[in-house]
Design a protein around this ligand. Structure first.
Ligand code: CP
Ligand code: NVA
Length: 339
């Protein structure tokens, strides 16, 4: 087992930009080790006796389950607190809530709208706070995505990683910065109206410059973006909290759907398809049905054919959410050496 490095102890995990390249890569490798330990049936209870709070303002399957299972495997007790369960924001400020939770819990996960809220929790709680997704960043997802890429290609540096779709959501922002950090050729392909904010592109470019490795491309041109892609990634066209935007997104993003034609355009036989999930690849969901009824589209950001194809690694990626979140909890909160 890799040792739990002391410099992570007590730190929050709010955005990948806050970590050095080396720290980012360490967390991915630690997750790989914890995954191997779990597969071998070896105990790894580095957080025995600790308690963690799981705050969710938005829905979640993977993140919630990953935090819960990871906490249990590490010997910590997770407590789920949904948006209607606590006073946060309604009768009590973020600052006061942070101070109360910090007196009882050893770590706090937060998923919600505002990045400022997760930062405020970290500022006032006195314990590690982990960002389980905000409108701006989705940092735990990055560790899972890059572990999945590393497992497949055995490297991260030099990988051509192409994200197609809504270019200014939390996933595009996070992949841009994380891809730059890992020394990848990171490309964001979306209509110009959905290009990432300049601030995020500038940040990615400054990281590339500092590390002397990788590149950034932002383009609306699909052919230019996907040629030579090792990884083709997409996300929902409408993120949580912007459900009034379906009509506009169906119109602007339909040409950016990941389908077999796009896979072929990469020119790579072993191109990986990734998606953070949940995905709209059929009409077996309420939203999927409604989009079909209103605009006649049976699949949105990815076709069912690609989703179920040999190129797709989305369920390995989903499993890796748990191993990587475990690494974050262990590194920032763990202390007990294996007996
Ligand atoms: N990818 C992801 O964060 O999934 P959930 O919304 O189910 O947590
Ligand atoms: N961009 C998506 C990611 C879900 C994991 C959302 O915020 O809804």
């Amino acid at each position: 087992m890799m040792e739990l490095r002391k410099e992570f102890k007590g730190r929050s995990f709010l955005a990948i930009k806050d970590f050095t390249k080396e720290e980012f890569l360490y967390l991915i490798d630690l997750a790989a080790e914890l995954k191997a330990m779990k597969k071998r049936g070896e105990k790894h209870r580095y957080c025995e006796g600790k308690n963690i709070a799981l705050l969710f303002e938005k829905s979640s399957t993977r993140t919630r389950c990953a935090f819960t299972v990871a906490a249990n495997d590490l010997g910590a007790a997770p407590e789920f607190l949904g948006k209607d369960d606590i006073q946060l924001g309604k009768k009590e400020s973020v600052e006061d809530t942070a101070k109360v939770l910090g007196r009882m819990f050893d770590g706090i996960e937060f998923r919600g709208f505002s990045q400022e809220v997760v930062e405020e929790l970290a500022k006032h709680s006195g314990v590690p706070v982990w960002n389980g997704l905000t409108d701006k960043w989705h940092p735990t997802q990055m560790l899972a995505d890059f572990l999945t890429v590393k497992e497949h290609f055995n490297r991260l540096e030099g990988i051509t990683f192409v994200y197609v779709g809504d270019g200014r959501n939390n996933m595009a922002n996070s992949l841009l910065v994380s891809g730059a950090k890992a020394g990848m050729n990171i490309r964001i392909c979306s209509p110009a109206t959905l290009f990432p904010e300049k601030e995020v592109v500038d940040l990615a470019e400054s990281i590339i410059k500092e590390n002397g490795m990788g590149s950034v491309m932002v383009t609306a041109d699909i052919n230019q973006a996907v040629e030579g892609a090792d990884v083709l990634y997409t996300d929902v066209w409408v993120s949580m909290g912007e459900e009034d935007k379906f009509e506009e997104r169906v119109k602007t993003l339909t040409p950016y759907q990941v389908n077999m034609e796009m896979i072929k355009k990469t020119g790579k036989e072993d191109v990986m398809f990734l998606h953070c999930l949940p995905a709209f690849h059929d009409t077996n969901t309420t939203y999927g049905k409604s989009v079909y009824e209103k605009w006649g589209l049976k699949e949105m950001e990815v076709t069912d054919e690609v989703f179920r194809s040999k190129y797709s690694h989305v369920f390995d990626q989903a499993e890796n959410r748990m191993h990587t979140i475990k690494a974050v909890i262990a590194a920032t909160m763990g202390e007990k050496e294996e007996a």
